[in-house]
Design a protein around this ligand. Structure first.
Ligand code: HEC
Ligand code: HEC
Length: 334
């Protein structure tokens, strides 16, 4: 379509629709679409694996332990608890809408969900298994062998198949229809005046320079502490850990602000429990701006409208272990 054609189409299109229907296209934030599931059986297998603690050495930790889908896809802890109650190094980001991220992890070291999913299984500080053992566990369970055969055409079960299935499930973990999305789509009553003015302020002072797109983040790496340095004891260096470049120190993937009311505590070190404090930190450190109480409250009110419909599914029932299944090791050997 050339420019004239698209202008004509645009005009015709807007003539056929009520004026408000255009709002979504003018805004830096776009609504989230419901998940399109093309392969429900693969998603179902991925869901089982996501909830299966036998992918951990202890037999106790599943993906859902640290990305709890009853709690906004996080663990609501400053940093996660891993194998043998080890203190994790960094805050667990939400898996909700993670498919929209330009890359995975705070420092973006995994390209996509599939590349990410193999990591925690063999991370000694997380699930502390290894890919050989995890696959051995699954192979020992006839129902899993049958599911993998039905999905992938063979009973071999590889870690590649495991991560493909988990990623397919994670693709469905989107949260459409937040009140803010209803407003974007034209329902003027979906937001109060305070919430609308909070959004206006969010744009006006420049939060949208980094928090934009459907996930309101996840699209770029940005420096934490752009105007004023962030004080933390957490040793994470951000993107510099991946690129080795000094210029990338404290560059973190901009987190999504979808479901932000559920995903406390905030920042990569999980140091702030209170959304109002997190907003204050952002305004000062990223924009050099001290918000007054009213401005802060307006932005917080807006952010709370970003809680969307949480994934709604049946809890998977996992097939039982067999005598061949390697036994879990919940406790350190004495
Ligand atoms: C022990 C807690 C723990 C377990 C178990 C765990 N994760 Fe995570 N997950 C984390 C932490 C912490 C991070 C952030 C690590 C980082 O950025 O360096 C993370 C990051 C992620 C991300 C990236 C999100 C983003 O916005 O960058 C995804 C996706 C994810 N995990 C999915 C999974 C899946 C799938 C499993 C199961 C195979 C799993 N996690 C198991 C704690 C955990
Ligand atoms: C220059 C880019 C930039 C700007 C501007 C910016 N942010 Fe952020 N925001 C980030 C980055 C990067 C992080 C992650 C920092 C970290 O965890 O160390 C973040 C994190 C957050 C978090 C915590 C999210 C979580 O899950 O931990 C909130 C809330 C937030 N920003 C709100 C805002 C608000 C409100 C504004 C405007 C006042 C704003 N941000 C402006 C880049 C930015």
């Amino acid at each position: 379509m050339n420019l004239t054609q698209s202008l004509v189409t645009g005009v015709l299109f807007s003539l056929c629709l009520p004026a408000w229907a255009d709002r979504a296209t003018d805004e830096p934030i776009t609504p989230i679409s419901p998940a399109q599931v093309s392969n429900p059986e693969l998603v179902e297998l991925g869901k089982q694996l996501y909830f299966d603690p036998r992918l951990s050495r202890s037999g106790f930790i599943s993906c859902n332990s640290c990305h709890n889908l009853s709690m906004g896809g996080t663990d609501n802890l400053p940093t996660s608890i891993g194998d043998h109650w080890q203190q994790g190094p960094i805050n667990s980001p939400t898996v909700l809408n993670a498919s929209m991220n330009l890359a995975q992890f705070w420092d973006g070291r995994a390209a996509d969900l599939k590349a990410q999913a193999g990591g925690p299984i063999e991370n000694p500080k997380e699930m502390a298994s290894n890919h050989t053992l995890a696959v051995e566990v699954l192979r020992s369970i006839p129902e899993y062998r049958a599911s993998f055969k039905a999905r992938f055409g063979n009973e071999a079960i590889t870690i590649d198949q495991v991560t493909t299935a988990i990623a397919a499930f994670e693709e469905t973990l989107v949260t459409p229809n937040a009140r803010f999305d209803q407003w974007l789509k034209g329902d003027d009553d979906a937001l109060t005046e305070q919430e609308q003015s909070g959004y206006a302020l969010f744009k006006e002072i420049g939060c949208t320079a980094c928090h934009y797109g459907p996930a309101i983040g996840g699209k770029s790496f940005q420096k934490m502490g752009l105007i004023e340095a962030y004080q933390t004891n957490n040793p994470a260096q951000g993107r510099a850990g991946v690129t080795g470049k000094d210029a990338d120190r404290f560059m973190f993937k901009v987190p999504t602000l979808r479901n932000i009311a559920l995903t406390y505590p905030y920042f990569h070190d999980g140091a702030y429990w209170n959304l109002s404090e997190a907003v204050d930190v952002m305004a000062r450190l990223q924009l050099g701006r001290q918000l007054n109480d009213d401005e802060n409250a307006r932005i917080v009110a807006f952010l709370k409208t970003l809680t969307g419909q949480q994934p709604d599914f049946k809890l998977p029932i996992l097939p039982p272990s067999t005598p061949e299944t390697p036994r879990p090791e919940p406790f350190p050997e004495n």
